[in-house]
Structures are given as C-alpha cells and as structure tokens.
Design a protein around this ligand. Structure first.
Ligand code: GUN
Length: 292
C-alpha cells in the first residue's frame, strides 16, 4: 500500500506557482488576484476561506475577502457579485458555499462572470466540461486528477466508481474520468443514495472515489484488493483526546488501507490539492488562457 501524499504534491505545485508570481512581480507587474465572498458565520466556511487566503499569501497571489452578514438580501449579494465581475483588478473570485437558505445559490452562481468563475460552478463552465471544451475545472475534481497524474496511476480502461453525485465533486469527477484524456479514459459508475447493491458495485472498482459526506462509510468489505482509493470526505469527530476531536474521511482508513494499492489520507490527501487547483485556476484567469 502506498500513501498518496497530497500535502507534499501540493507543496511542490505551490513552489512552482510562487516562482511564476515572483517573475511577474520582478518584471514590475501586479500578481494575480483571487477574491472570495463569505456570507455568515459558518465555521467550516470560515476555515476554508482562511485557508485559501493563507495559501494565496504563501505563493504571492493577492487575496481579498468580502464578508457579509448572514441576513444580507439576495439583491445586495448579487450586487456584490456584479461589483467583482466588473473589478478589473480581480482576476477570479468564488462565492463560498453553503449560502443562507433565503438566498437562491443557483441564481448567485449564475451571476458570476464565467471568465472569473475560478470555482467552475457556472453552467457555462459545467457545460464546457461536459462537452470536453476548455473551462475552469471545479477545484476538488481537478485536484484529484492532479493527484492521479502525479502519482503515475494508470486510469485508462479502468473501472472508476464514484460515490456521490454532487455538483461540486461527484458529477464533474464522473465527467473528467470518462473524458478522452490521461488521466481519464476510465469506465465510470456514479453511485448515489438510491443505488442498489452498492457494495457489489464498489467491489468492482479499480479506482474508488468516495465523496458521499458520511464519516468512515467505506468499509474494507466494499473494496477490492489492490484498488486505488481516493477519499474526499472531511469530518470533525468529537472525542476524548486533548484537542477534543479528530479528523476523518468518508473511508474507514485503518481497515481499508491495507487492501489498497494506493490511498489518500485524511487530512493531507485531497484537501490540500483542492486549494492548489483554485490557485491554478486563478493563474489561468490571469493569463486569459480560456477563451470566453
Ligand atoms: N463549499 C464547499 N466546497 C466548496 C468549494 O469548492 N467552493 C465553494 N465556493 N464553496 C465550497
């Protein structure tokens, strides 16, 4: 069993990004600029946004956070999106999800200019992804593709089983893995809450990607010997330790890891790659690499 060290792979890519930003600054230019809109006080969202800001700083990308109270009206939030759409100093931005219930998140995401949509959630970017056209790829699936590539994992002709059909992970992941590309060229099965005989299907997986949002859902008897297991989950479980909690994924790591050829740990697997993908998308936006 080999551990896929997302932390180390992400640090290497961040170093490459830092070299590029230094070169821009040394040439007298302004570095890329990523902005984030954060609504309300959701602790997980605050952690994610703070972590994105730290990573930007570490590589020399300018970051700014626009904070709004949880009771902001949809209209004012749409105005904030318009402001960033028109701000020439901002190359790309994200609206951190989830949004409060009184706000229509789809409406907000659709208001983001596709050219600045570095999360890749706008229908134009999702549609381009489905068609195999150049687009901003959603950060978590793009990070997983990078992990597979950098770890030299063969995906062509393999059976890739994905647990979870979210717009953020499962659905775009299924599109990327079935694309005519490397990594890619897999035969993909997308499983969800209504899937029957789930274990029977997961046991057929050469590559199993768990994005189901339930702590330690994937047990050893659901995994074929020699499979590659990618764990997208991040759960904070309270315990009696000094810290008062530990972090676990969607996979029962201790039981599953010995059966795998490769597995991502949690933390230190997919998580750090997600942020790196966002930084790479910001650079793509800065370089106007994608034609809109
Ligand atoms: N909430 C959970 N994951 C994400 C993400 O990748 N982007 C945004 N904007 N919000 C999220």
């Amino acid at each position: 069993m080999e551990l896929i060290d997302g932390k180390q792979i992400s640090e290497e890519i961040k170093k490459e990004i830092a070299v590029k930003t230094s070169a821009i600054i040394d040439a007298g230019g302004e570095p890329p600029h990523l902005a984030a809109i954060l609504v309300g006080e959701d602790p997980a969202s605050q952690t994610y946004v703070a972590s994105k800001e730290r990573s930007c700083k570490a590589v020399g990308i300018t970051s700014s956070i626009y904070r709004y109270p949880a009771n902001i009206s949809e209209e004012l939030l749409l105005e904030a999106v318009d402001f960033l759409n028109n701000d020439e100093e901002v190359n790309g931005f994200i609206v951190q999800l989830p949004l409060p219930k009184h706000i229509n998140a789809d409406k907000v995401l659709q208001r983001i200019s596709p050219a600045k949509d570095v999360d890749g959630f706008h229908p134009v970017n999702m549609g381009r992804l489905a068609l195999g056209l150049p687009s901003y790829l959603p950060a978590t699936p793009a990070g997983i593709m990078l992990l597979l590539e950098k770890s030299g994992i063969e995906t062509e002709g393999k059976h890739c089983v994905i647990l979870g059909r979210s717009n953020i992970v499962g659905t775009p992941m299924s599109l990327l893995m079935s694309r005519k590309s490397n990594p890619g060229n897999s035969t993909v099965t997308l499983c969800h809450s209504k899937t029957k005989n789930l274990s029977e299907i997961t046991r057929q997986a050469d590559i199993l990607i768990a994005a189901i949002g339930q702590p330690e859902f994937v047990k050893a008897d659901m995994v074929k010997a020699g499979a590659v297991v990618i764990d997208v989950g991040i759960h904070r479980i309270e315990d009696s330790s000094e810290k008062g909690y530990h972090i676990t994924g969607d996979v029962d790591f201790d039981a599953v890891a010995p059966k795998c050829s490769y597995i991502t740990p949690v933390p230190g697997g997919v998580g750090p790659m997600t942020i790196v993908s966002l930084l790479l998308n910001t650079f793509k936006s800065f370089n106007k690499e994608i034609y809109f």
